[in-house]
Design a protein around this ligand. Structure first.
Ligand SMILES: [Zn+2]
Length: 154
């Protein structure tokens, strides 16, 4: 077994991936060859360093928990949307109803005033009609109308 063959298989040797015979051959060569021993020591420390840098393996259920929490978060947001929209709709309807009620009360107040004004006009014209009729019945009155007074002298 030459140095080149040993050094090509050093990594597999350190990982114990070779057959028992190959392992024994390399071990024997390392015992005799300082260059390959040096190479082996260097590779061993490099492997140890890499092993120390190995990232931690997450728990077996990590992926499942991650997926579940992502799904739940997504679902929570999906559920929150109609609720937010519902609140907005309720507020919008309430303010619309409030405005309509205000307009309605203003309208009914206006109608009330209009009705009272119309009634006043009706009463006024009825009084006028009565006065004209009464005056026409008076043989001493030549059609002139006597306006009603409130009893006080001006
Ligand atoms: Zn060698």
């Amino acid at each position: 077994m030459n140095c080149r063959h040993v050094q090509n298989n050093l990594s597999a040797y350190l990982d114990q991936e070779l057959t028992i015979e190959e392992m024994a051959d390399i071990r024997t060569h390392l015992y005799d060859c300082s260059a390959c021993r040096e190479e082996e020591a260097e590779l061993r420390s490099l492997k140890a360093l890499l092993t120390g840098m190995k990232s931690k393996t997450p728990n077996a259920d990590f992926e499942e928990r991650l997926v579940n929490s992502t799904i739940q978060k997504g679902m929570a947001e999906a559920r929150a949307w109609p609720r937010r929209a519902g609140i907005f709709l309720v507020v919008a309807v309430c303010s619309m109803l409030g405005t309509m009620q205000l307009l309605q009360s203003m309208k009914s107040r206006q109608d009330e005033i209009t009705a009272k004004t119309e009634r006043s006009h009706e009463i006024a014209s009825a009084i006028h009609r009565d006065q004209v009729f009464t005056a026409s019945l008076d043989p001493y009155n030549s059609g002139s109308i006597v306006l009603p007074t409130d009893g006080s002298d001006h």
